[in-house]
Design a protein around this ligand. Structure first.
Ligand code: ATP
Length: 375
């Protein structure tokens, strides 16, 4: 590509409001690819999360954006400019780590001022910016404390202030709440969300906590074995997963392997490996509509209705026996063994009458309540 063409191409990223772009990025460690051809486009002001199981390459992807790792192939751009030869401290991105990574011998004030001092900013400017950053994270009264004199949540707030004081274009968050207990984690999630709204900055967060990603993010990239399986809004990822992996990883689901026996634009007839005949409403979630071949049918536990008699109104109705009942306050979790041998989980709102284990039962769901995914 010519120099001008490259510049035009890069400019297009800015014009459509992109802050971060990964183009066909690979990262190989000791002959093993941790990141395999990742393409990502992250928009200005987005809260974007990278979610996936341990070892799927999400931290490596974040470190490639931060500049702590360089790609084996591909390019990383911030605001349309290639970052390939730009060291981390010159990138308009700052990272908040799970371990806070504060300097233990420095006070909160010194920790936050450190980056500005290195950049040789004037005393007055450092004072104002540190004060502003402390205020953002509501830690003004902690300026003279040392990290060891604070709780985990307070230390993480300081780590956030230390990143924000540099006024980055992009804030990178590597499992930022991973070290906090559940209650504090929930509180800090709200704080993070407020901070994001207040600042309008682009946040890119790595997490393995799907609930955290679903509740905080504008969009989520689900990674699996070094690749991006799907990028979408939380509801697209939850309600319209494009693969069996995403359906299984996000929330609970019941998966049935099977084959398409008949296809009509409005209905798929599927026979599962265990012999169940299911009707599934086709969807275009994975691009090309599925019309033949192997599929995996996904049915969320909350979409299944439980009854004591066959429900002729429902498209899919199967007989089974209750194996396990767990009362969980707001809802009841059932495990049901179908006559076919399949085991399903079902979640229903709590009711006065909760059937006991071993009760014969019928499970039913509509064709539009399940999804057929490439098998
Ligand atoms: P986790 O949630 O456990 O942190 P992750 O999805 O963030 O996992 P990565 O840390 O990106 O995964 O690691 C992806 C793969 O790359 C793993 O197999 C890991 O062992 C490997 N890896 C990461 N960093 C290095 C390194 N510096 N040297 C060698 N291998 C590495």
């Amino acid at each position: 590509m010519s120099q001008t063409a490259t510049q035009n191409h890069q400019l297009s990223g800015i014009n459509i409001g992109l802050d971060v772009e990964l183009r066909k990025v690979f990262k190989v460690f000791n002959g093993e690819a941790a990141v395999r051809g990742v393409d990502l486009s992250i928009y200005k002001g987005e809260f974007f999360s990278i979610l996936g199981p341990s070892g799927c390459g999400k931290t490596t992807t974040l470190r490639l954006i931060a500049g702590f790792e360089s790609p084996t192939a591909g390019d990383v751009l911030i605001r349309g400019a290639s970052m390939l030869n730009v060291p981390p401290y010159r990138r308009p991105a700052n990272t908040v780590f799970q371990s806070y990574a504060l300097f233990s011998h420095m006070t909160v004030w010194e920790n936050i001022a450190f980056g500005l001092r290195i950049k040789k900013r004037g005393k007055g400017e450092i004072h104002d910016r540190v004060q502003e950053a402390l205020k953002l994270v509501k830690m003004e009264s902690f300026a003279n404390r040392f990290p060891s004199q604070m709780s985990g949540g307070q230390q993480q707030r300081v780590a956030l202030a230390r990143a924000l004081v540099n006024r980055p274009t992009v804030l990178l968050l590597d499992e930022p709440l991973g070290a906090l207990d559940l209650k504090l984690r929930k509180e800090m999630q709200v704080e993070l969300s407020n901070l994001h709204h207040e600042l309008g900055l682009t946040f890119v967060m790595v997490t393995h906590d799907q609930e955290e990603a679903l509740s905080l993010s504008d969009r989520i990239a689900v990674m699996h074995e070094g690749k991006v399986e799907q990028v979408g809004t939380p509801s697209q990822i939850y309600d319209r997963p494009q693969s069996a992996f995403v359906a299984d990883f996000i929330g609970d689901t019941n998966l049935f392997r099977g084959k398409i026996e008949g296809a009509h634009p409005a209905m798929l007839w599927i026979r599962t490996a265990s012999g169940l005949k299911m009707k599934v409403q086709p969807s275009d979630v994975s691009g090309e509509p599925l019309t033949s071949g192997a599929v995996v049918v996904s049915v969320r536990p909350e979409k299944v209705t439980l009854g004591f008699t066959p429900d002729d109104e429902q498209t899919n109705c199967f007989e089974g026996r209750l194996q396990n009942v767990m009362y969980l306050g707001t809802h009841v979790h059932y495990v049901v063994q179908l006559r076919s041998g399949d085991q399903l989980t079902v979640r229903q709102p709590s009711a006065l009458h909760v059937p006991e284990a071993d009760t014969p039962i019928f499970l039913s769901w509509q064709a539009h309540d399940c999804l057929a995914l490439p098998g």
